[in-house]
Write a protein that binds this ligand. Sequence first.
Ligand code: HEM
Length: 395
Amino acid sequence: MEQPPEAIRSQEGQLSPFDWYAEMRAEDPVRFDEQREMWDIFRYEDVDRVLKDHDAFTARRTREDNEFSSDAEDDTGMLQTMITADPPEHNRLRGFVDERFQPGSIREYQPRVEAVTEDVLDALAGEEQFDFVDEFAIPFPVTVIAELLGIPAERRDQFKAWSDALIARPKNGTQTEIQRIQQERQQARQEMSDYFTKLVAERRGGDGDDFITLAANTEELSREEKVGFCILLLLAGNITTTNLLTNAIWSLEEQGLTDAVRTGAIGRKQVIEEVLRYRSPVQSLNRIAIADVELNGKQIQAGDAVTLWLGAANRDSEVFDTPEEFRPERRPNRHMAFGMGVHFCLGAHLARMEADVAMQQLLERFDRLDADLSNLDPLYSLYGLKSLPCEVNRT
Ligand code: HEM
């Protein structure tokens, strides 16, 4: 697990890397970090260029990088998935499923997502206090993915346990704890891999509209790649959406805007876009240079690793007015929280719809939702919180 840069290694730095980003954008926008032996890139224009220049930068992983990517990379012994493939291989791995994540398809899934939201909220019935992260923001997206993959209801608890093991993070950071987490993660991966291998085989030739059947029936992918695709959906789509939901409640409560969203004075969709920009769930991505490139006056050489700070690009004043302010009304809002180029998030429309449905039902159910912001504990690496205690009143 790679360390963050020294400037943001403390808890405070993890919670608020934004001053450091501003300093770097102004003073050293393309810098080489000797300690981590990699380039850091902060300005919107440069991040955009690297993400779109597939001839000069590869998404293949040649070293353990950030958790988002290394988790998606498989130590289950499977072949690569779309997220670590370059064109034209990337087109083959993504093409068969692209249509099913377009807005038209996503609208069809909405009633099922609404039903999942109701179920997760029903489980909270009668509670006046709950932890938003553990009891809503984590189970909700896992259950949505389970539903879309077509995991039978009786296996959902097992599925959630696997997913928990995959995203578990050390709490006290002792060697024993880290080892235990790594072992459990490895075991969960292996079990999931076996489980999906079985389901993919069973559903081949079937006519279900779930993603496992879709993968099982495509001619484009090998058997291992089909299993890799199923696991990728789970890895790429859960903690990211958990963080979007948590960061949304955190930001609304902090800004005193929860009621304005409840009454419709501020649109939910605009809020979601601004949360994605202001507190981007994925703060950074990694690439490796495969050609020598000059960027903002610096020479990056083939083989060099780069970190692209999406969170910094999303607050670049060349692109956003008053970037340090949370302003849901901003239009356009050209944030790159979902990345850029061919790897632009496959699940972007789904995540937006999930967040919209979740926020609507939460605000309908609770006429007061007081989040305790006094003791924020940041998540390491991907940007969010470990917990967010809330006190609620029901309507
Ligand atoms: C790719 C962010 C939700 C599936 C990405 C990338 C980002 C991202 C930044 C680009 C990775 C790169 O270029 O290396 C997010 C955020 C989400 C979210 C912020 C929630 C707020 C989802 C969901 C799913 C999903 C719900 C699926 C169910 C994927 C996949 C890729 C991807 C499969 C790889 C696409 C490719 O390589 O072509 N996501 N994601 N994501 N995301 Fe998401």
